[in-house]
Design a protein around this ligand. Structure first.
Ligand code: HEC
Length: 107
């Protein structure tokens, strides 16, 4: 099956306790990590033409514009939990957050 790139070592509690995950030196790839994540977990309901709740997540433009809402939904942070059937694995949420704080690259 597809390989999901997990960025490790952001939870090292011994060092840099206050630094956010943004300090990771791994650069998250949109095309090999973020796009497959969205495809697998979100596009079933947020695809072109039938975006649930009016949200469509096809392509980098749509994802980057909606990224903070998407992250809030993944964390049920003031928005409905997404995906609806249960939260994503923490490592995937961290990966998405890292991609945001690295500037939502289209790489
Ligand atoms: C099984 C279908 C389904 C999947 C999978 C799904 N969503 Fe949704 N999503 C919905 C529906 C339906 C709504 C509209 C809910 C409503 O308005 O009551 C929605 C609404 C949202 C909203 C707006 C929430 C709010 O409180 O206003 C966001 C943001 C969102 N989805 C992001 C995501 C993300 C990110 C993923 C993937 C991690 C995802 N969704 C996966 C069905 C889904």
């Amino acid at each position: 099956m597809g390989s999901v790139l997990i960025v490790g070592s952001s939870c090292d509690k011994d060092q840099v306790p206050q630094e956010s995950i943004c300090s990771s030196e791994e650069v998250v790839s949109y095309s090999s990590s973020i796009e497959p994540l969205i495809q697998q977990h979100c596009l079933g309901c947020h695809d072109l033409g039938g975006g649930s709740g009016g949200y469509v997540f096809n392509g980098h433009d749509n994802v980057s514009v909606n990224a903070s809402d998407m992250l809030d939904a993944m964390n049920a942070n003031g928005l409905q939990l997404m995906p609806q059937n249960g939260p994503l694995n923490d490592s995937l949420i961290t990966l998405f957050e890292l991609w945001i704080c690295q500037g939502k690259l289209n790489n």
